[in-house]
Structures are given as structure tokens and as C-alpha cells.
Design a protein around this ligand. Structure first.
Ligand code: XMP
Length: 508
């Protein structure tokens, strides 16, 4: 495996994804572990990430690299490269010219294994405020651009490299080749980390860990919990008890349909309809965070009660994925809470169970690949993300059963329309929002005074940033008509054309 040490760059996760795309396993660790590190034989190489800091700042990360340099190949990216130059007594200074964005290599040492097979005029992506002004003698320059003489270097007699550009971003045209050269060529990693391999290893490990113990797991209909359940099920079969709670805030007919498909997959699943409990807890609540908290609390109560009906449960299975784990060990400071997305954070503590999280080393797209390997149907794997609090955060203001029914019908027509026209897979997420606004309309000769709904569809990679989906006017015209004609209580449809940031995907 490859270890990536994070110095706080926004691109660290991307490095990990690119390495994984080469079918090589890698992990991200905070740079603070570096001084105490002893590498075992499984570690074939180390990558040092970029950072928002400058090596010239007092207090900037400056860990000793004795434990890695000379033991395994090392690649410093951006800050990582400048850090090593600084430690070797070279000169790093603020750059005089702008070094952001596209640049073209003008010189490449094509004999160097890091640049094997690469175009000597390749486009690379720069993003740094500092630059290397002077290399110590024992560091050899191996690539330059027009404005950056020391774009890449190798330390003499070591498999240690530094590059000032970012190979992990897609704008660096041959970044993948460069990472391949490092990870496979220089470090000698074998490219055998495939979904099939992952399933085989994980199922074996789960069997060893869980033995004859019982596990309880909450299914949500989403990709992560479904794949986690399938993996655990493959390891321990009927000893996995799944619970699927209907919170009354799911999409139209979703509870029945999803429950059915889980049963078809052979999962031992119990559906619990607790809609009424949720509606009672939500009555009178209008603040989005209060609604989220109420839903989280009732979910824990319902789940806990159901779990206690199963005798001798020892474990709680969860679909936690790698980005959630990285988030909690990140070297960055806590960012302001915009929305509390963690729906059931208190669950493990409350239940006194040990936690098993078989997906906590995977990125979302890898979870899908593993799901495919396990034979999950595309109807589950290809589903848009859906928030834990469901339609409650798409009904602005107070929740009532009547409003849920209206929104379910609107959402159903919108999603069905997207599927019918083949647009569903082109957008990352879509849904409808019921606004706390009434507007005047006319139907036949009658004046109407009814609800307004907003449609929202976005394109995105990870939900962190998003653009509104440019759906065809014809399509929007058709769904708008369909909704107003078929859903009683709605007389106006609007389309949300805000991007994230500054808006968010959900309205609450
Ligand atoms: P925002 O609205 O923050 O949404 O741009 C980003 C993604 O997160 C989902 N979302 C939630 N998911 N619990 C969840 O499990 C929540 O409270 C929650 N709020 C938003 C949203 O649907 C989108 O995919």
C-alpha cells in the first residue's frame, strides 16, 4: 500500500482516489504521525500532500522525515516538495509571477522513471503561492515550466521526488501517468486492489471478527447501508438482522418497494412503520435544525426498541464511508456547521454495541463498484442521494401528513419524468420542495389560491459543490403541466437555478 500524509490540502482526497484508480490500496494519515512512524513491509511508498500553509510561516508543519526517506520512495507534491527543499537548506520564497492554473512543461528529464512515457510538453496544473528559488546541489531538477524552473526534482541517491504541480487534478493531462510511474514503476505496487479482491478480503475478515455473533443494521434504501448489509450478509448470513424504518418522510411507495427488493436479495430484514411517531415529534416544529434533531431522536428510539427484540445482539453495522472517517481525523480546523448532516450520530453510544463498518476505507464510487460485485441491482446502486431526514427538509416550515402527501406526488411525477426521458442518470440529485407560499392561479374559470412547489436538480461529483442542472425547457414544461394537472393543491411550479455555493442543494 501507499501512505499519503495530509498537510491540509483540499486535494489530498483526490490523490487517494487517483491511486485507488490504479487498483492500488492507499490510506490518508495526518502529517503529525510522520515523526513517530515505523514502516512495515506492506508500505511501498509515501506521498506528502500540499497544504494551505507556507513553509516560511512560523509554526508551519515541519515533521522529520527520517522514518520514510531512504526507506521507501517518497513523492512530495507542492508543499510536500517545498518542505523537503526547505529541510535540505534550499530556498523557498513567495513567487513573483502568478503560479495558479495551467502551465506547460518546457523541459523534462525523459530518462527519469517519474516521467516515463510522458509528453515532454505536457500540461500541468499549478496552485501555489510559494516557489522553489534555489535547489541544494544534491537535488537534481527533472522538469521545468516557462515560469517555474524547479517544477520537479529528485534527491540524489534517493528515490525521493518533489513536484510543484498537482498530478491528482484532472487538469494535469498526464497526472495519472505520473502517479502510475511513481506508484507502480518506482514503488513497485502490484495493481491487484480490485472490488472482487476487496469483497473476498472483507468477507473473510468479517467472518473472523464476528464469528457467531449477531449484528443489527439500519437500512435506509441508500447505497452505503445496502452495500454494507450485503457484505456482512455474505459473511454471516442470517445472523445479520436488518431494520428498515419508515419515518413517513420517504418518497412515494418507497418503503414497500425498497423493502421488497431487500427481501429479494435474501436479506433478513424487518420493515417497521413508525410514521406516526415521527409526525407527532415533528408537530409544531419549523426550524430545520429542530426538525433534524427530532427525526434523529425518534429514529434512535424506534431502532433501539426494535434491536432489543433481537436476542444477544453484540454489534451495530454501519455504512460509514471513507470521507466521513477522513473528515473526523482531518488536520483542518472545524468548519462552521452549516447543517448537521449526521442523522444518528448518537446511536452506537446509546445502544452499547460494538460497531462494525466494512466500508470505512472506501470512497463513494468504490462503494458502488463493490455493490455491483455483490450483485446489487442498479435500481439501488444508481439511486440519487436522499437526505436522512427525507421530505421533512423539503417541506419548508411545519410538517403535516397532508403536505407530505402533496410533496410525494409532486416528487414522484418529477422523478418518473426524469427516468422516462433518460435524464435521471445525468443529474446527481433531484427532488421537489414544497414552499410555505400560496399563490393565485386560474383553472377553468375558477380562481385558485394554492401551493407553490420548486423543482431542484443538480450536477455534482460529491455534493460539496453543485451546479443547477440545465434541464431542457421542453422537459420542464411537460413536468410542470403534469404536476399542476395531477396534484391537487398545487397551482404553480418554479425551477431552482442556484448553484452551491452560495446556495445549498437542499433548501433547509
Ligand atoms: P446541502 O443541502 O448541504 O446537501 O448542499 C448536500 C448533500 O447532503 C444531503 N443532506 C443531508 N443528508 N442528512 C443527510 O443524511 C441531512 O440532514 C442532510 N442535509 C442535506 C443533501 O440531500 C445533499 O445530497
Amino acid at each position: 500500500q501507499i501512505l499519503i500524509f495530509d498537510f491540509g490540502s483540499q486535494y489530498t482526497q483526490l490523490i487517494a482516489r487517483r491511486v485507488r484508480e490504479l487498483n492500488v490500496y492507499c490510506e490518508i494519515h495526518p502529517y503529525t504521525e510522520l515523526p513517530f512512524l515505523t514502516l512495515d513491509a506492506s508500505v511501498k511508498g509515501v506521498i506528502l500532500s500540499g497544504s494551505p500553509c507556507s513553509v516560511r510561516d512560523t509554526g508551519a508543519p515541519n515533521p522529520k522525515l527520517k522514518g520514510v526517506r531512504g526507506h521507501v520512495p517518497v513523492l512530495g507534491v507542492c508543499y510536500g516538495a517545498q518542505l523537503m527543499v526547505n529541510q535540505e537548506h534550499g530556498v523557498v520564497e513567495p513567487s513573483q509571477v502568478r503560479e495558479y492554473g495551467r502551465a506547460r512543461l518546457t523541459h523534462v528529464d525523459s530518462e527519469n522513471p517519474l516521467f516515463k512515457g510522458m509528453d515532454s510538453k505536457a500540461v500541468v496544473w499549478m496552485s501555489h503561492a510559494d516557489t522553489i528559488l534555489k535547489l541544494p546541489e544534491h537535488l537534481n531538477v527533472i522538469a521545468s515550466t516557462e515560469s517555474v524552473e524547479y517544477a520537479a526534482y529528485q534527491i540524489q541517491d534517493e528515490q525521493t521526488y518533489g513536484i510543484q504541480f498537482h498530478p491528482e487534478v484532472t487538469h494535469t493531462a498526464e497526472g495519472k501517468q505520473l502517479l502510475h510511474n511513481f506508484v507502480v514503476g518506482i514503488c513497485g505496487c502490484s495493481q491487484d486492489w480490485t472490488p472482487a479482491h476487496f469483497v473476498e478480503d472483507t468477507v473473510r475478515e468479517l467472518r473472523e471478527k464476528l464469528g457467531d455473533d449477531k449484528v443489527v443494521l439500519g437500512l435506509s434504501g441508500g447505497v452505503d447501508s445496502s452495500v454494507a448489509a450485503m457484505l456482512i450478509h455474505r459473511a454471516i448470513g442470517k445472523n445479520l438482522h436488518c431494520i428498515f424504518v419508515n419515518n413517513g418522510l420517504l418518497r412515494k411507495n418507497e418503503f414497500e418497494q425498497v423493502l421488497h427488493s431487500y427481501k429479494d436479495l435474501g436479506l433478513n430484514v424487518k420493515g417497521v412503520d413508525a410514521s406516526k411517531d415521527f409526525y407527532v415529534a415533528l408537530a409544531g416544529k419549523t426550524d430545520p435544525e429542530h426538525k433534524r434533531k427530532a427525526i434523529g431522536r425518534v429514529f434512535i428510539e424506534v431502532f433501539d426498541k426494535e434491536a432489543h427484540r433481537i436476542k444477544d445482539v453484540k454489534w451495530l453495522g454501519q455504512g460509514t464511508i471513507y470521507p466521513d472517517v477522513i473528515e473526523s481525523v482531518s488536520v483542518k480546523g472545524p468548519s462552521a456547521t452549516i447543517k448537521s448532516h449526521h442523522n444518528v450520530g448518537g446511536l452506537p453510544e446509546k445502544m452499547h454495541l460494538k460497531v462494525v463498518e466494512p466500508l470505512n476505507t472506501l470512497f463513494k464510487d468504490e462503494v458502488r463498484e463493490v455493490g455491483r460485485e455483490l450483485g446489487l441491482p442498479e435500481t439501488i446502486l444508481g439511486r440519487h442521494p436522499f437526505p436522512g431526514p427525507g421530505l421533512a427538509i423539503r417541506i419548508l416550515g411545519e410538517i403535516t401528513e397532508e403536505k407530505v402527501r402533496i410533496l410525494q406526488n409532486v416528487d414522484d411525477l418529477f422523478i418518473k419524468g426524469l427516468k422516462k426521458t433518460g435524464l435521471y442518470d445525468e443529474v446527481w440529485q433531484a427532488g421537489a420542495i414544497l414552499l410555505p407560499v400560496q399563490s393565485v392561479g386560474v383553472m377553468g374559470d375558477e380562481r385558485t389560491y394554492e401551493n407553490v412547489v420548486a423543482l431542484r436538480a443538480v450536477t455534482s461529483v460529491d455534493g460539496m459543490t453543485a451546479d443547477w442542472a440545465h434541464l431542457p425547457y421542453e422537459f420542464l414544461a411537460d413536468v410542470s403541466n403534469d404536476i399542476i394537472n395531477k396534484v391537487k393543491g398545487v397551482n404553480r411550479v418554479v425551477y431552482d437555478i442556484s448553484s452551491k455555493p452560495p446556495a445549498t442543494i437542499e433548501w433547509e
